[in-house]
Design a protein around this ligand. Structure first.
Ligand SMILES: NC(=O)c1ccc[n+]([C@@H]2O[C@H](COP(=O)([O-])OP(=O)(O)OC[C@H]3O[C@@H](n4cnc5c(N)ncnc54)[C@H](O)[C@@H]3O)[C@@H](O)[C@H]2O)c1
Length: 596
């Protein structure tokens, strides 16, 4: 028989604790909510009230249910109020000594049969448990932020947690409507172990002025479909909490330098910039605790102002290449009203590309997204050529030929001879240094990267890569063109992986390493990232779609450029590629797709 939990205690009513109180009370469980002082208690109560009021305003909670919810919560200062609860969840700041002190006291005040749980993100549950005389009744129950919304709970068992306690807590999670994954006690568990290296890397990009905060966040939202960008997520987590989690993971998790908190974090914490909860972190918020971002001195000027920044007028665009990307890019420009000159290596190729563009535009018509007249107008704007000479009078060239440096360099040398002065020359390379291509011309200031995502007509993001020689005008032009295409252009430096791949692939590689270490299963890891962090796909689902060979190639390049030991490709990834298990396209990758 599973244990009945009728009353639970929550210690610490900050970012997580207040949300955890709400989860229990919403599910009909009485809660004793404890804080360290009266003001802190008031803050916790206000957070709970604001959250449930929002739920009522959004129609997600009936007013009567909100009132009943509040009646189930009893607020108190000090741990002695927890004397008769069945389970306690501790959610105080991420410091081992503090948690150990609290657990020792909980051990004294709580009933002997009560379960004591910690919501720690990175500390050792085992080390916390030994501060009590009942380590077999101590467990980790790791909720995700915001607790009322995120479906995942990581249940962390130590080597001494009794199996009955694990089973009881699993049943409790089900009662709360949560999905649990049960795992052993390791720094960062599943989700944070995969998340925090990525978050820290994003902070490093920001710190080094590699890209602006809005661009880093937009890149990950639009390029990967994440619910928030990494810097906005850091603000939500709280920079002090994030710092402690990283620091603990660094010390406990094998001193992976990627977990050593970026110095800027410490400075921000010291300066009181803790994220949303203090009203200011990477972004500025309406007031402490508010999710509403307000403009500040770092907010970029609008597109109109950007245009005034020296962006050149573009009317006619050349697109060189005949592959998937070139085809998509021709369509995107033509649909947006640009005159397009497509250059391929021969009439036959031009005919194929033309057919592909027509087919794609027709699909838009069939689906009711494009009027027939607009399709015809778009097609009418494209001229087809097999010679670069026809690019003599275009204002912008987008190169999308094979991903080989020698080919691209030769092409750019020719463009340099043919194109008129002032033209912006763009490469769509996803992995070669743009500066190499730029230096094949006598006008490197006019060369940028325009990294479209596949399929170009659908994906809303373009990475605008500026090299150390790119002029501000060329960058402004590229950005303005992206806006005119209805896409978001994010500007970044000329480094391997730009923003999206540099942040995405090491995370995927880490997931493979976690699987390889037998810490968890592919299913649980996928679950954890989808339900705990709101990712549209888990890492193994995504790897099978992207192709393991593609992922390996990108990871190798990142590793070679940055020489970061943590970026070394996971041996399992290499083995799967060698074995021909490349993902969906090979009908087998991390999963078997042969029956689909
Ligand atoms: N922030 C997140 O996104 C997140 C997600 C999952 C887990 N966690 C974990 O949850 C825990 C809490 O993190 P947080 O972000 O909510 O921190 P927080 O700083 O927002 O809140 C901590 C609260 O604990 C209270 N507190 C401090 N000492 C106390 C004591 N002796 N007795 C009672 N209350 C006390 C503080 O007044 C504060 O309100 C940490 O272990 C953290 O790692 C955080």
């Amino acid at each position: 028989m599973a244990r009945e939990f009728s009353t639970v205690g929550v210690v610490g009513l900050g970012t997580m604790g207040a949300g955890i109180v709400e989860v229990f009370a919403r599910n009909g469980i009485d809660v004793v909510a404890v804080e360290i002082s009266e003001p802190a208690l008031e803050r916790g109560r206000a957070t709970l009230t604001a959250s449930t009021d929002r739920a009522v305003a959004k129609g997600k909670l009936a007013a009567a249910d909100r009132d009943a919810l509040h009646e189930r919560v009893h607020f108190a200062v000090g741990l002695p109020a927890l004397h008769s609860v069945d389970l306690v969840i501790e959610a105080v700041p991420e410091h081992l000594d503090l948690k150990q002190r609290i657990f020792a006291e909980l051990d004294r005040v709580c009933r002997p049969e009560a379960i004591l749980a910690t919501n720690t993100s990175s500390l050792s549950v085992t080390e916390i448990s030994v501060a009590t005389t009942r380590p077999n009744q101590v467990i980790g129950i790791h909720f995700f932020n915001p607790a009322p919304v995120m479906k995942l709970v990581e249940v962390v068992r130590t080597v001494v947690t009794s199996p009955e306690v694990v089973a009881d807590v699993e049943a409790l999670c089900a009662r709360l409507g949560k999905v649990d994954v049960t795992i052993n006690d390791r720094a960062g568990f599943i989700a944070n172990a995969l998340l925090f290296g990525y978050l820290n890397h994003a902070v490093a990009m920001f710190e080094s002025h590699y890209a602006a905060r809005e661009d880093i966040d937009a890149a990950m939202k639009l390029g990967c479909g994440l619910p928030m960008g990494p810097l906005a997520l850091m603000d939500l987590i709280g920079l002090d909490t994030a710092y402690e989690i990283l620091d603990t993971m660094y010390r406990r998790g094998g001193r992976d330098r990627r977990h050593a908190p970026v110095p800027l974090l410490k400075q921000m914490v010291t300066a009181g910039l803790l994220g949303r909860k203090s009203g200011r972190g990477f972004y500025t918020y309406e007031r402490p605790g508010s999710p509403v971002v307000v403009p500040d001195e770092a907010t970029p000027l609008t597109t109109e102002a950007g245009l005034a920044d020296g962006a050149r007028a573009i009317a006619k665009v050349g697109v060189v290449g005949s592959g998937t990307m070139a085809t998509g890019i021709i369509e995107v420009f033509a649909k947006a009203g640009y005159e397009v000159v497509s250059v391929t290596r021969g009439a036959e190729k031009s005919a194929t590309v033309c057919e592909a563009v027509k087919t794609s535009l027709n699909k838009g018509v069939v689906r009711g997204r494009l009027a027939e007249a607009d399709r015809d107008a778009a097609l009418g704007r494209i001229s087809w050529s097999a010679t670069l000479d026809h690019l003599a009078d275009v204002d912008l060239v987008v190169e999308a030929v094979v991903e080989e440096l020698s080919v691209k360099k030769a092409l750019f040398a020719s463009l340099d001879e043919i194109c008129k002065p002032g033209v912006v020359l763009a490469t769509t390379t996803s992995s070669l240094p743009v500066i190499d291509v730029a230096m094949a011309t006598h006008r490197p200031a006019d060369v940028v990267g325009l990294h479209f995502f596949n399929p170009a007509p659908v994906m809303p993001l373009v990475e605008v890569v500026r090299t150390i020689r790119t002029s501000p005008e060329a960058t402004a032009t590229a950005r303005a063109v992206c806006a005119a295409l209805g896409k978001t252009g994010v500007v970044c430096g000329d480094r391997s992986g730009f923003i999206v791949n540099a942040l995405l692939f090491p995370y995927l590689n880490d997931a493979v390493k976690m699987l390889e270490a037998s810490y968890s299963t592919a299913d649980d890891i996928d679950h954890a990232m989808k339900l705990g962090c709101g990712y549209p796909m888990g890492p193994f689902e995504l790897l099978d779609v992207v192709g393991l060979d593609v992922a390996l190639a990108i990871q190798r390049e990142l590793y070679l450029e940055l020489r970061e030991p943590g970026f070394a490709p996971a041996p399992l990834l290499e083995h799967l590629v060698t074995a021909g298990y490349l993902g969906r396209k090979a009908r087998r990758g991390f999963r078997d797709h042969s029956h689909r």
